[in-house]
Design a binder for this molecule. Structure first.
Ligand code: F6P
Length: 344
């Protein structure tokens, strides 16, 4: 069999472990030929690929990023469906070009490693008749149908380490520190890092907050002789302003309390660097499982982790919804027990 692999969307630690997991299993266990497409769906559209050898997959397990490159190309965007050339004649749409390249290379399956956007495209390609398997990765942990995505644990470590470091400087200056974490429209990373690093207030998109509750919480802490506070803010919180989330929240605190307040936006630090041991293991398990599924000709699905069990969910489910945090999530309930505020 011949299989293609691509990595799409924002990068994250563990992508190379995943490529290695699929590729080595496909080659060594099943004698498949493996083709790596460059820069996500762009490579599939432009027919930009290389056949991977087992040697190329050695030594990459611990590297961050992706040896294949990635992009946010979305081939099913409305404006890309039909493109006219200067003579007014229709030229290939991107999905057509993908289908043709897939057919000409004689692929038996294309493995799409990515987050929500990638699963959406993978689902549409599957509906177009291609054999597709999805593998969920993202630091946001917001892919529907899997308990966890690889990349999340590594980002959690970086974010936790960053918040840990804020405690000492906040304490020295008796300041309020606001730190903004990624997560797109969900608060998984902020909730977990906030809990792991002892955030006093955690603001996530899934729980609407009130400015006065944030101010009240910080004033109460000050009154009971807590000299500083740490506020963890997910980038996706609703605030209807053009400011970034951290600045918006820091301004509320400055105005409402008069306390010295500083903001930090952690940014791409969260996406870079070597994968954590858990992410290396998860990406390798997902990868080897994908190759098994290809051998069994099980397509149109995404690999997933339920508890500690590998399983699959249909792409038609994973590619059409986002996994958001239930406001009654056990972590939130127990964080409240120990006095963490969610600004509500
Ligand atoms: O999906 C991963 C992510 O890092 C999100 O947390 C963030 O909102 C987004 O990607 C940033 O995207 P870009 O790399 O396009 O700036």
């Amino acid at each position: 069999m011949k299989i293609g692999i691509l990595t799409a969307g924002g990068d994250c630690p563990g992508l190379n472990a995943a490529i290695r997991g699929v590729g080595k299993t496909a080659m060594l266990q099943y004698g498949m030929r493996v083709f790596g497409f460059s820069y996500g769906f762009t490579g599939l559209i432009e027919n930009d690929f290389q056949e991977l050898t087992e040697n190329q997959l050695s030594g990459i397990l611990t590297y961050g990023g992706t040896i294949l490159g990635t992009s946010r190309e979305k081939p099913f965007k409305k404006e890309d469906r039909f493109v006219s050339n200067s003579n007014g004649n229709g030229v290939y749409t991107k999905p057509d070009r993908i289908r043709e390249n897939y057919k000409n290379l004689g692929l038996d399956c294309i493995v799409c490693i990515g987050g929500n956007g990638t699963m959406k495209t993978a689902n549409l390609l599957s509906q177009e008749g291609l054999n597709v398997i999805g593998m969920p990765k993202t630091i946001d942990n917001d892919v529907w149908g899997t308990d966890i995505t690889f990349g999340f644990d590594s980002a959690l470590q970086s974010a936790t380490d960053a918040i840990d470091r804020l405690h000492s400087t906040a304490n020295s200056h008796r300041r309020i520190m606001v730190i903004e974490l990624m997560g797109h429209n969900t608060g998984w990373l902020s909730l977990y890092a906030g809990m792991a690093a002892g955030g006093d207030i955690i603001l996530i998109p899934e729980i609407p907050f009130k400015a006065e509750k944030i101010v009240e919480c910080i004033k109460v802490r000050n009154a009971i002789k807590k000299p500083y506070s740490i506020v963890v803010v997910a980038e996706g919180i609703e605030h209807g302003s053009t400011k970034n989330a951290a600045t918006y929240v820091a301004d509320i605190i400055k105005e409402g309390t008069g306390f010295e307040t500083r903001e930090t936006i952690l940014g791409y630090i969260q996406r870079g660097g070597t994968p954590s041991p858990s992410d290396r293991i998860l990406a390798t398990r997902f990868g080897a499982f994908v190759a098994e599924l290809i051998d069994q000709q099980e397509f149109g699905c995404m690999v997933a982790l339920h508890g500690n069990e590998l399983t699959t969910v249909p792409l038609s489910e994973a590619g059409t919804q986002t996994k958001r945090i239930d406001p009654n999530h056990e972590l939130i309930r127990h964080a409240r027990f120990i006095g963490t505020s969610f600004g509500d």
